[in-house]
Design a protein around this ligand. Structure first.
Ligand code: NAD
Length: 262
């Protein structure tokens, strides 16, 4: 037995950074799976477009604007989700930002910005989701965005890489702490996904390709190497969010076309 209650009401998810890219694809996939969804980003107009897509699937949606590196925003997002959608079963701490700089050129303000946007934000989402799920007493699913750059380093992205390694460590610690509550905690660790984050036109051209070429260079992949859309990530998240995934926790699962194997 997995110890999870199956509800007659819908399960409820929060997806941060959901106005575009991987977060958008995850939010739509969870809606397809029958979950009601709180979608977050810093831009209301963009969120409203995604909200319409989710409503068209017959699911309830709560657009929640705010920067998830701000503790009050994350606390408020979880509280409002419970107030409007009734509960919280799945947290996807997806929002993240890339900072490009060599260590020898690193400005502390850029380093701190990356730590806050990528790492503090995930810790805060984990903290407030865990509190709510413990209170509900019916288990839950917590997911964070790591990367293949959370498994191996690359040039010019040390701040980003440091956060993605740290998210794996944070995830393992929380998975241990929450095991008695039947709450699983995992990360997805994508390779190159064609989103706005990986679309750096001039750098892509400089590294001999189109969209994704610079990111591939950072990851040690040639321009013609593997990439995918956010659908591949959404499929994994869809599975990990399901009650039947109760036996997977503390993991950081790679989907990258075979670049990093473990
Ligand atoms: P993206 O830039 O296309 O979209 C990111 C979204 O997050 C945007 O909606 C942005 O507004 C939002 N966001 C960023 N910081 C935020 C904050 N502090 N508060 C609220 N919203 C915020 O990025 P993406 O490619 O979809 O990446 C999503 C996640 O997956 C990131 O954590 C990224 O590091 C990770 N990732 C991406 C790739 C890739 O190849 N695209 C690979 C590995 C991991």
């Amino acid at each position: 037995m997995n110890g999870f209650a199956y509800h007659t009401t819908s399960r409820v998810a929060i997806v941060t950074g959901a106005s575009k890219g991987i977060g958008h694809d995850i939010a739509l996939r969870l809606a397809d799976d029958g979950l009601d969804v709180t979608i977050n980003s810093r831009n209301l107009a963009e969120l409203e477009v995604v909200a319409q897509e989710i409503r068209a699937k017959g699911r309830r949606v709560l657009p929640y604007v705010g920067d998830v590196s701000d503790e009050e925003v994350v606390k408020g997002m979880v509280e409002k989700t419970v107030e409007v959608l009734g509960r919280l079963d799945v947290m996807v701490a997806n929002a993240g930002t890339a900072v490009v700089s060599r260590v020898v050129d690193m400005e502390l303000k850029d380093w701190n910005y990356c730590m806050n946007s990528n790492l503090a934000s995930v810790m805060l989402c984990y903290k407030y989701a865990a509190r709510q799920m413990i209170k509900q007493g019916e288990g839950g699913r917590i997911l964070g965005a790591s990367s293949i750059l959370g498994k191996k380093g690359g040039p010019e992205v040390s701040a980003y890489v440091a956060t993605k390694f740290a998210i794996r460590g944070l995830t393992q610690c929380l998975a241990i702490e929450l095991a008695p509550h039947k709450i699983t905690v995992n990360t997805y660790a994508p390779g190159v996904i064609l989103t706005q984050m990986t679309n750096v036109d001039a750098l892509d051209k400089a590294y001999g390709g189109t969209h994704g070429a610079f990111t591939k260079h950072i990851c040690g992949i040639p321009p013609e190497g593997p990439h995918s859309s956010g659908d591949t990530v959404a499929s994994l998240v869809s599975y990990l969010a399901k009650p039947e995934a109760y036996f997977i926790t503390g993991q950081s699962i790679v989907m990258d076309g075979g670049v990093v194997m473990s």
